[in-house]
Design a protein around this ligand. Structure first.
Ligand SMILES: *[C@@H]1O[C@H](CO)[C@@H](O)[C@H](O)[C@H]1NC(C)=O
Ligand SMILES: *[C@@H]1O[C@H](CO)[C@@H](O)[C@H](O)[C@H]1NC(C)=O
Ligand SMILES: *[C@@H]1O[C@H](CO)[C@@H](O)[C@H](O)[C@H]1NC(C)=O
Ligand SMILES: *[C@@H]1O[C@H](CO)[C@@H](O)[C@H](O)[C@H]1NC(C)=O
Ligand SMILES: *[C@@H]1O[C@H](CO)[C@@H](O)[C@H](O)[C@H]1NC(C)=O
Ligand SMILES: *[C@@H]1O[C@H](CO)[C@@H](O)[C@H](O)[C@H]1NC(C)=O
Ligand SMILES: *[C@@H]1O[C@H](CO)[C@@H](O)[C@H](O)[C@H]1NC(C)=O
Length: 289
């Protein structure tokens, strides 16, 4: 009955993705983005395996039924018959089609069964996540969306990147961090172009679990923002946590028509605020978090 600690043992490659799947996706335009970022199983086992598996199966069926509805990218479910209750939630990145969301969820279900008898677990992909715990407290009403084990997952940074997207990515990630907690549904996809010799573009998304609060989302993304800094100047990276997700890349990974207009959610002058220092009367640059 304890929070799942994130397992540092991570599958680093896209081993799940076979050439034929890539070919199939290229033909139908589908991509459930099942690149595994993080997996964790609790150290505590269920007391009755049959009760536990019955409850687990029931919550997974419930989650799937809700995602089949088509409009939903987030769902929670619970089943508490007998000794081992299960509380579960799943979330797809909002830019995924309904079909891709269901594929990602199906992959997560099969992956999370690796935790066998563990009464708590989580699986996080680029495209979605799935979590369950043996108790509701602190799970659905999670004002604290950040948990131990939060970390950055950086793309391979071998060789020098062709373009330095640091400036574009910093600006984008800061804006996403500020805007996303204020947006209904806690999701934003955006891009930032920095003009210059190369005209570099950074693409990014931020998302929080819908059961958290605006403050919980803010706090979680603040940690994610700090973690993801370690990936720069690499051309891509993610920050994963229990209740939020942050990603940037030099290449687009969501459809252009899924881009969020985040401008209305940025406080005026939030980006680089020029203030006058009262004592020295010299301008100082203050970056607001
Ligand atoms: C739960 O579902 C799995 C996979 O479909 C199945 O193998 C297992 O028998 C089910 N267990 C129970 C108790 O329903
Ligand atoms: C975990 O799940 C994956 C995919 O479902 C499977 O290929 C792999 O063998 C499993 N690993 C273990 C240790 O059970
Ligand atoms: C939990 O169950 C698995 C197999 O179902 C077993 O391998 C493992 O040792 C158990 N862990 C504990 C802490 O009892
Ligand atoms: C990352 O780069 C190293 C070479 O420094 C290479 O051995 C490794 O296979 C690369 N990993 C991936 C996932 O491409
Ligand atoms: C990338 O750009 C940032 C600022 O835009 C600069 O601080 C950094 O030194 C650059 N890094 C490389 C590897 O060029
Ligand atoms: C950069 O973008 C601007 C505006 O879109 C465009 O006018 C300019 O030609 C671009 N420069 C390069 C080097 O691509
Ligand atoms: C977005 O564009 C894709 C084609 O790239 C199209 O299939 C889809 O219907 C569009 N979605 C919206 C909401 O316009």
């Amino acid at each position: 009955m304890m929070k799942v600690m994130m397992n540092k043992k991570i599958l680093t490659t896209l081993s799940i993705i076979t050439i034929s799947q890539i070919w199939w996706w290229a033909c139908v335009g589908a991509d459930p983005q099942i690149n595994l970022l993080n997996e964790g199983c609790s150290n505590y086992n269920a007391t009755s395996l049959s009760n536990f598996h019955a409850n687990l199966n029931a919550t997974f069926l419930d989650l799937k039924a809700q995602l089949l509805d088509g409009s939903k990218h987030f769902a929670t479910a619970q089943q508490a018959k007998g000794s081992d209750p299960v509380y579960a939630m799943t979330q797809c990145r909002n830019y995924l089609s309904s079909a891709d969301c269901l594929s990602c969820f199906a992959a997560a279900v099969s992956q999370i069964r690796n935790c066998s008898a563990s009464n708590g677990a989580r699986v996080i992909y680029d495209g979605c996540f799935l979590r369950y715990e043996g108790r509701a407290s602190g799970f659905f009403d999670q004002t604290v969306a950040t948990l131990p084990g939060n970390e950055a997952r950086c793309e391979n940074q071998t060789g020098s990147p062709a373009t330095n997207i640091t400036a574009a990515a910093e600006e984008l990630l800061m804006d996403l961090q500020v805007a996303t907690p204020k947006i209904n549904g806690f999701f934003a996809a955006s891009k930032e172009v920095v003009s210059g010799s190369g005209n570099t573009t950074a693409y990014g998304v931020a998302q929080c679990a819908e059961t958290t609060t605006e403050t919980g989302c803010q706090d979680c993304l603040k940690v994610a923002y700090t973690n993801i800094q370690s990936c720069l100047p690499g051309t891509g990276g993610r920050a994963v946590d229990a209740g939020c997700f942050l990603r940037y890349s030099a290449t687009s990974f969501f459809p252009d028509n899924q881009t969020t207009n985040i401008t209305p959610f940025l406080d005026q002058g939030t980006q680089d605020l020029l203030l006058l220092d009262a004592y020295s009367a010299s301008p100082i640059i203050q970056v607001l978090y």
